[in-house]
Design a protein around this ligand. Structure first.
Ligand code: 3SL
Length: 241
């Protein structure tokens, strides 16, 4: 297995797809996706375009759908919810499909949607994703961070490092055997430095600060938890997990 980490979708090599891809948007899209599926949602369908989301979701009754829209960290007017994992209670989401569009996370998922295996990872479901990926033994594995509008984000790279670190430990491959690019070592080093202080790391991160300005303290605390849900968001058709 060769692992490549890309800090943003824009940094992935053009025209290529791996055997397996893990999209990461810790704050907060992939944390929300893992949470909503763990809470019993039927599926999650991702869109970059809000209008398209509204059109496609019209085919579901209001009892069977939830529309989640986020731009700039805030809920899109007229949508059922924004992008807070804390809104994904079983009472609210059970049996429903979540139609979601977010600023960056949905773009990362769309960039890798043609890979044979696509999943969504966050700190909260790291162990489940790692276990599955190791069992699949893909030749090439990408972890793609969402970043923020094309730029690096600390929290996504730290999570990529957490996933890479766990794969490295469990497969017993040497770092040179595992790492397909220098980003792998960089991400593992970032994670190793902050693994016991993820919440503090979020407070240093530009998107963490943005969410704190929007009073999302509890969201940050939730997203900083490690391995708390045993759920594997797996793409079943392009854009649907
Ligand atoms: O950019 C994204 O995709 C979002 O996850 C951003 S937010 O955390 O909902 O603000």
């Amino acid at each position: 297995m060769k692992l490549f980490i890309y800090h943003t979708p824009e940094l992935t090599p053009e025209g290529k797809v791996p055997d397996c891809a893990i999209a990461v948007d810790v704050l907060r899209a992939t944390t929300t996706i893992a949470t909503v599926l763990a809470a019993g949602a039927e599926a999650v369908q991702v869109f970059s375009d809000l209008e398209q989301l509204i059109q496609v979701s019209e085919a579901w009754s209001t009892e069977k759908r939830l529309r989640a829209g986020e731009r700039g960290g805030a809920k899109v007017v007229g949508f059922d919810m924004g992008n807070s994992p804390l809104d994904c209670t079983p009472e609210r989401v059970q049996g429903r499909r979540l139609f979601i569009s977010t600023t960056n996370g949905t773009r990362a998922l769309q960039r890798v949607q043609n890979a044979a295996i696509v999943t969504a990872g966050a700190f909260i479901n790291r162990a489940s994703v790692v276990k599955y990926v190791i069992a699949q033994q893909p030749e090439t594995l990408w972890i793609v961070g969402s970043g923020w509008e094309g730029s690096f984000s600390l929290e996504d790279t730290a999570c990529a490092g957490a996933i890479a670190h766990s794969i490295w430990q469990q497969t017993k491959l040497s770092l040179d055997e595992l790492a397909g690019n220098d980003e792998v070592m960089g991400a593992i080093a970032l994670y190793a430095e902050w693994q016991n202080n993820l919440l503090e790391l979020f407070h240093h991160a530009s998107h963490g600060k943005r969410l704190l300005r929007l009073d999302c303290h509890e969201d940050l605390k939730y997203c900083a938890q490690m391995d708390i849900v045993d759920v594997l968001p797996l793409q079943t058709e392009p854009g649907v997990l």
